[in-house]
Write a protein that binds this ligand. Sequence first.
Ligand SMILES: O=C(O)CCC(=O)C(=O)O
Ligand SMILES: [Fe+2]
Length: 710
Amino acid sequence: MESAAVKSEGLIIPLIDFSLFLDGTPEQRKETAQAILHGFQTAGFVYLKGLPITSEYRKYLFETSAKYFKLPIETKMSHCWTTPEANRGYSAPGREKTTSLIDPEDVKKLRDAVPDLKESLEIGREGEPGHPNIWPVEEGELVGFKKTMVDFHDKCKYLHMEVMRAIAVGLGIEEHWFDDFTDVGDNTLRLLHYPEVKKDVFTINPGQVRAGAHSDYGSITLLFQDARGGLQVQSPTGVFVDATPIEDTCVVNAGDLLARWSNDNIKSTIHRVVEPPSVDGSVYPARYSIAYFCNPNFKSHIEAIPSTYEAEKDRKYPGINSGEYLGGEDTFGEKSEFAQHLAALIAAALPKVDVQAVTYPKYETRGDLYRCVSRFQDWLLERVIDIEVANGTPSPTVDPSVRTILIGHSMGGIVAAETVISLTTDKPIPHGEDGATGTGRRRTPSPEALNSMMFPYIQGVLAFDTPFLGIAPGVVAHGAENHYNSAAAAWTQLSGLSTAFWGSGSKDQSPTSNKQPVGLLTAAETDQTKNDKPNAPKGSGWGNWGKIAMVAGAAGAVAAGSAAAYMNREQISTGWSWVSSHLAFVGCLTRGEELKNRVGAMVRLNRELDIGFANLYTRLGKASAPKHVSMVGTVLGKDRTFCNLPSKLAAGVWKEAINDRATDETGAHMTMFQAKENPGYTRLSEDAKDLIVAWSKNDWYETSTRDDLE
Ligand SMILES: O=C(O)CCC(=O)C(=O)O
Ligand SMILES: [Fe+2]
């Protein structure tokens, strides 16, 4: 009954026969409903086949749509889209830019730089008082246009109600629970036309897309696409994956409202439209799609869907109330919004290169730091290789086309720093070799030569509130006054216990001997394998990395990989009881020498290899008066920060990110990427962008030309 329409990068979009819900036995209905719900809960998308829409009817609709878009632009402009309240009418190319950006200024900048290459006609519910549809004059080929579209609007309204019924059945609530919210049909039918476009438009203008990355805002969207291709859906790893057209199917995705309505039980996933997979010739042909955006009835009052709020108590919200914290896709805000936002700002400032934000999928803060680094490094290598392969870079280790900025929040900044240190010192990661002693005898900023030929090439490490020099004592004193004694005691204990737990943490670690030190890949080996087929087995050298060995030119790209790990807010402020389970990882914060050495190593990398290094640390602003609290003999300074700050400037760039709303350090630390909780969000994005742009404007950038991308 069910197979996968898309399966890549952890994104699985099921292909489901909807006729088994519409006309099946009770068992088939239930199974189908559960499969649909599961698709929405995991991918946020499903493909439905077996719809009550014949191929002929569908063909006729697409032909009618094409006839409409063939009208002269002046004719189409005579019934323009006017207001969001009406949301009806024609939008000319360049009018709309779909994006996840929030700030209107940012949206404008992005739209001016890379306008969406599309035009559309919005058709609302016919007969809505105050908001009549404005129809094109029906003459010639367009006779019958209104009737066709009103009929199709009705058919889609019925499908919307049925899909919502399937969701209800899947959730185990009354099948018709949504009917009262969907029977009016306050939905929008949108005809979309992506005109034929010269291929080089996408290479001349990096970041150019047919429709920008966005999530839909309603309940669900029914999307009918032609055979052209180009729709992509963001995977849990942050990579955009092709949602390839399948004949006679409808792609259905959940929107933001349904995600909210279901307490995020259902996902609203980011998607976009790019140029289709390669075709002969110098142009990409036109693409047509028809979207039907569904909403609850505008006048209905929405409350959480039964069965979803009970589950909420147990669900894990990163860093807020989870028993154990996993860093991951949500670190930089829901759906990596901050990372995506930052990537858009950087793309606008660095037009010569293609900018991608790729978020490291969930990884555990449990266990040994160096195992986390090693896992992260493997992942990063894979991502960069994929991009180099796509770019057809001949010798990535000698002349990489990808430059990476590692962005890490909290402990993620330490993972990022360790990654670049490991890559530039050509040393396999030690996997906790010194854990038992905690003396920090591993990497010191030694006189040994640094390897500027690292691969992947790291251009900078941008940390957000990373306690490179430990956590400010005030975090415990200010943040947990009610628990002052236990917190203080635990803090002391934390230092004392680290050795023991570190030791036990390293017992079960596997040796690293078979791990290929990535810095050792050489150009000679590239030449040797250059003409081989990608992925062909290789005897030596490139071995596993055969897929790099593809022919053709270079390209400019910055991949922003992000390592991320939070600490658990509740647990930080209520006594450090969690520390035992996380000690192997977080324990490194107590080893002062090791912390200082790490910062020293980063400063050296900055000086000698020009690798950017900065820490944007949170500081409490207006909402919290400075306090002078004495704790374990320490008088705390007036600045309330989460991180210990360096006393001297020789520690790289440390720039404060003031949060005027947060009332405690841990809160500021946890919410720095949430625009609603952090009034300094825009400033933070700008500061981050400025740093990355400054690090990236070098010879590599200047010699990256659009021609390279072809
Ligand atoms: O044209 C498509 O395939 C997708 C359009 C879309 O995502 C939208 O308009 O919201
Ligand atoms: Fe969309």
